[in-house]
Ligand binder design. Structure first.
Ligand code: SF4
Ligand code: SF4
Length: 367
C-alpha cells in the first residue's frame, strides 16, 4: 500500500512504498556541467577504488556520458521518459506521474507493484561511452550565447542516494537500506540474492549485477571516506573541479546554499520522483527545452543567476575542488572564500576573484 510523502522537487506530495523518513543529514553533491571536460578521471578513480575485481568488468558506478546521444546503459533515460508519457509542470508543481504513480499493480512482479521500470539487456550494458563527443545540430555560421544551435555536453553520473530510492522500495529481500546518519543508500551483500529488482526499478540504472557473486552492487558513496571527513573519490580527483560535496539539508553547507538559496543547482529528472541528491548546474549553451526536460522548470533562473553571479556565489564556486576535505560551513570574506570542517577547523582558503594580468601595449598576444 502506498504512503503519501512530501517531495519538494515536485512541489507536491506523491505516493511512495514507505512513510517519509528523512536521515539526520543527507549526502549530496553539486556537479557544474559548465566545467566538465569529459576526461573520465572520476570514472577511473572510482573503478580503481571499488570495481576492479572479477565480475565487475562492466560496472561503472561513476560514468560520464556525452549528451544528447550517449547513455549508460544505452538510452536509459530516453527509454524511461518514453514509458512515463507526458510530464507536464504547472509552474514549479509537477502535474505528471512519477515512476511510483505510473506503476502497474496488475503486473505481478514486485517491481511492477512498486515503480515503473525496465531491466536493461546485457547488450545495453556493453558500451559505457557510446556516442562519446557526438554533438547535436549544425551551424556553419558559428555560435553565440544564450543558446547554441550545435551543442553537446558531458553528464557525469553516480548513484543519487535518493530520498525515496526506487531500488530500496523494489527489493523483495529488504537488502537495501538508507543510512540514518548520512542518507547513503547501500545494498547488504549478505541479504542480496541477485533478483535485480533494484536494477529494474532504479530510474537512473545505478545498481549493477555481478555474475561472480550473484548479487547486485552499487555506488557506496565512498562511506569509509565520508566517515573520515573526506569527499568521495570521484569528487576529490575531479580534474575540472566541477564537483562539490555537502549536506543538502544543512543551512550552513555550501551545497545547501547552491540548491536552496542561489537555486543554481538542479536535480536530474526530478519528475521520476525519487528526490535525487546529486544536483547539476546546467550548461549555459544548451537547448533550453532539452535542459528543462532534464532538470525541471528552474533551468532559466539557474542559468541567469550563474551567468551573473554575486560575490557569495562566486566565492562558493571557487570552493569546488579546492580541498578533498568535506566543507561543512563556509564564510565569504573581503577577497577570499573560506571552508571549515565539522569541528570548525579551517580546511581551505581561496581567492574569490582570479587575478587578471593585462599585457602591455607592445606585448600583444601574437605568435
Ligand atoms: S539512484 Fe537508483 S540506485 Fe541510487 S538510490 Fe536512487 S534509486 Fe537507488
Ligand atoms: S573528472 Fe571531473 S572534469 Fe573529468 S570527466 Fe569527471 S566530472 Fe568531468
Amino acid at each position: 500500500m502506498a504512503e503519501m510523502v512530501k517531495n519538494w522537487q515536485l512541489g507536491r506530495e506523491m505516493e511512495y512504498a514507505f512513510p517519509e523518513a528523512r536521515p539526520q543529514r543527507q549526502f549530496a553533491a553539486v556537479f557544474n556541467l559548465n566545467r566538465c571536460i569529459g576526461c573520465q578521471t572520476c570514472t577511473m578513480a572510482c573503478k580503481s577504488t571499488w570495481t576492479f575485481s572479477e565480475g565487475q568488468e562492466y560496472m561503472w558506478w561513476n560514468n560520464v556520458e556525452s549528451k544528447p546521444y550517449g547513455g549508460y546503459p544505452k538510452n536509459w533515460d530516453v527509454k524511461l521518459l518514453s514509458m512515463l508519457g507526458p510530464q507536464p509542470w504547472n509552474g514549479r508543481t509537477y502535474e505528471g506521474k512519477t515512476i511510483f504513480e505510473a506503476r502497474d499493480p496488475a503486473k505481478q512482479t514486485v517491481t511492477g507493484m512498486v515503480a515503473l521500470g525496465y531491466l536493461p539487456s546485457d547488450e545495453e550494458w556493453r558500451h559505457p561511452n557510446l556516442y562519446e563527443d557526438a554533438s547535436r545540430g549544425h551551424n556553419p555560421r558559428g555560435e553565440s550565447l544564450p543558446e547554441h544551435q550545435h551543442w553537446g555536453f558531458y553528464l557525469p553520473r553516480i548513484c543519487n542516494h535518493c530520498t525515496y530510492p526506487a531500488c530500496l522500495a523494489a527489493c523483495p529481500r529488504k537488502a537495501i537500506y538508507k543510512r540514518q546518519e548520512d542518507g547513503i543508500v547501500l545494498i547488504d551483500q549478505a541479504r542480496c540474492r541477485g533478483y535485480r529488482k533494484c536494477m529494474e526499478a532504479c530510474p537512473y540504472k545505478k545498481p549493477m549485477y555481478r555474475g561472480t557473486t550473484g548479487t547486485s552492487e552499487k555506488c557506496i558513496g565512498c562511506y569509509p571516506r565520508i566517515e573520515q571527513g573526506q569527499a568521495t573519490r570521484c569528487i576529490a580527483t575531479c580534474i575540472g573541479k566541477i564537483r562539490l560535496f555537502g549536506w543538502v539539508d544543512d543551512p550552513e553547507s555550501p551545497v545547501h546554499y547552491l540548491v536552496h538559496k542561489a537555486k543554481v543547482a538542479l536535480p536530474l529528472y526530478p519528475q521520476f520522483g525519487t528526490e535525487p541528491n546529486v544536483y547539476y548546474i546546467p550548461p549555459r549553451w544548451v537547448s533550453r527545452a532539452y535542459l528543462t526536460q532534464m532538470f525541471g522548470p528552474g533551468v532559466e533562473e539557474a542559468i541567469e543567476t550563474y551567468t551573473h553571479p554575486d560575490k557569495e556565489l562566486l566565492g562558493v564556486l571557487q570552493l569546488f575542488g579546492a580541498t578533498d576535505r568535506i566543507i561543512h560551513r563556509y564564510r565569504i570574506e573581503d577577497e577570499e572564500a573560506v571552508g571549515f570542517d565539522a569541528a570548525g577547523n579551517e580546511v581551505v582558503r581561496t581567492a574569490i576573484w582570479e587575478p587578471v594580468q593585462v599585457r602591455p601595449e607592445n606585448r600583444h598576444n601574437i605568435t
